[in-house]
Design a protein around this ligand. Structure first.
Ligand SMILES: O=c1[nH]c(=O)c2ncn([C@@H]3O[C@H](COP(=O)(O)OP(=O)(O)OP(=O)(O)O)[C@@H](O)[C@H]3O)c2[nH]1
Ligand SMILES: [Mg+2]
Length: 212
């Protein structure tokens, strides 16, 4: 199995996960998101599989609750509006020192406080560790969604790198000296919370009975 060449500094041996494989049958998937950067990453990660992704932009209500409950409700809602099977995604950024907060509310913390504010939230704590969590949910209209989670551990650092995607500049994954924003996209897309969750989505999609 070919692995991407290492073109980035690492602090410790770190195994890159394998690229996703071409699928025998390639379903059409409706991915519902209002976030263009998420869509680009999902398209890039799924490219080797042959799956064709139809994207649909909906501004879905997001209930308060755990990462899982927010994801489940987003998927139920999207399937009910579009009346077809859908894939949705919700991303959390969980600070260990804050017992998992901001978690699913990271979007609002980031919008209000910016990168500097996210760092300042941790000033009183020695522990700067955080977990990026991606939760996909697949749902058919009227049925219960199935969820798939991917997690990547790292720490919160002063912003470094391009600022075009969310909190990427302040998240440095464990084993790397670069933030998500600084590292090449093809590296982020092989270690990220999103990549790990999509691996599980693909396992599920390989079973045709799950798509009926
Ligand atoms: O630096 C980042 N690297 C990532 O890999 C990543 N994935 C999501 N995000 C941001 O985290 C919040 C999640 O909120 P979120 O899951 O509700 O997304 P969203 O509302 O933008 O889209 P969607 O809900 O329509 O899919 C939003 O601010 C996203 O921009 C990321 N930031
Ligand atoms: Mg959202």
């Amino acid at each position: 199995m070919a692995f991407p060449a290492r073109r980035f500094p690492i602090r410790q041996p770190f195994a890159l996960l394998p690229p996703l494989q071409k699928m025998a049958a390639t379903p059409n998937i409706t991915f519902v998101t209002g976030n263009a950067n998420k869509l680009k990453e999902v398209q890039a990660i799924l490219a080797p599989t042959g799956i064709s992704l139809v994207s649909h932009k909906l501004d879905l209500p997001e209930l308060q609750g755990t990462t899982q409950s927010v994801s489940l409700e987003k998927a139920r809602h999207a399937a009910s509006i579009l009346q077809r099977p859908v894939l949705t995604e919700d991303t959390s950024l969980c600070f260990t020192a804050m017992k998992g907060l901001p978690g699913p509310y990271i979007k609002w913390f980031l919008d209000s406080l910016g990168h500097d504010g996210l760092n300042r939230m941790l000033v009183g704590f020695d522990d700067k560790s955080a977990e990026a969590v991606c939760t996909f949910a697949y749902c058919k209209p009227g049925k219960e969604p199935v969820i798939f989670e991917g997690r990547t551990n790292g720490k919160i650092v002063p912003a470094r790198g391009p600022k075009d995607f969310g909190w990427d500049p302040v998240f440095m994954p464990d084993g790397f000296e670069q933030t998500y924003a600084e590292m090449p996209k093809d590296i982020k897309n092989t270690i990220s919370h999103r990549y790990k969750a999509l691996q599980k989505v693909l396992e599920f999609l390989k079973d045709p009975s799950n798509l009926e």
